[in-house]
Design a protein around this ligand. Sequence first.
Ligand SMILES: *Cc1c(COP(=O)(O)O)cnc(C)c1O
Length: 388
Amino acid sequence: MRKNWKTKLIHPDAHAPEGFRSLSTPTYRGSTVLFSDAAAVEDTWDQYAVGYTYGLYGTPTTLELGARVCELEKGFRTFITPGGQGAIALINLAFLKAGDHILVPESIYTPNRKFAVELLRRFGVEVTFYQPTIGAGIQSLFRSNTRLVWCESPGSITMEVQDVPAIADAAHKIEATVVLDNTWSAGIYFDAFAHGVDITMQALTKYVGGHSDLLLGSVTVRDEAGYKRLGSTHQLVGCAASPDDCSLALRGMKTLAVRLKAIEASGLELARWLAERPEIELVLHPALPSCAGHELWKRDFTGSAGLFSIVFQRRFTKQQVLAFVDSLELFKIGYSWAGVTSLAVAYDFHSTPNRPDYGARIVRLNTGLEDGDDLKADLAHALEAMKR
Ligand SMILES: *Cc1c(COP(=O)(O)O)cnc(C)c1O
């Protein structure tokens, strides 16, 4: 066909040479996916069963990230979402209906709690919060309509390690689905499916991304039934992730092992050093005996992440704790974690009655990749500055 230059802008005859073999996954962007003939057109989400049909269900970049997260978590399949919170929303929407009851630990990530309180209750789902250390005792909270049991281990901010196998055993007796937020372990240090979990989610924003420059989430299922339920909901909710962000996550994943190893060592050193300081009452790090559930961490985990909390002695006021955080120079102040930069955030538990009695004396630290001695010096300086 003869083409005008304007047509050539869209249908060129020019082509680059083929056969480029790179070590990195190409970034496939695309909404439209081409079909070979008119009869082949169909709108089906399961790209593993029917091949690619529409960018919303994943491009090769998105699906490669999903497949690789799935391989590490030893699941059946993984869905990628635009963020960890999106993964939480997707799971709840896929598994719940009006009249169901769910159980959520008091130590759950706050936006997950808000989703339950503000959205699920509005849609007629009953929500009960339970103490994260409840273990097999969770069965006393079961109702005839209990459908889903959320776990997060260790819990957000207060870091309680949960007896996930005991909770899963109890939940499976009443055919409830067990969901775990596995972000802290990066899907590496806790083998969720081997410990009875049915569905895991992660904020890939954290360790997999690893550089504080992207937002992504994952939902991994244990079996085909979970895959179908989540896939059909994923299609309806339309929460597709950006292939550009997936490409960054694929790059981040390649260095996950060395980052985790360095962060674990540095985090442990800081935690042990802080535990010896007279200003500190408690170090909430799962690898230290002072953390609730430490024995369970020893039993079930194969390593520790760099996110932990410290609780100051009772004599310190909220103003002094804030002054500690403000006096830090290398530790920056900000949400999210698991990047290369150390971070600190102070919390106030005065208005959360069912959490431990830490008042406004708790600070969460994210260990980054700075030199450990420099981080210690920064903490030491801030511990002196807060007393002035
Ligand atoms: C950050 C975080 C999330 C949410 O992830 P986003 O990508 O920020 O939406 C969920 N769970 C835990 C434990 C987190 O720390």
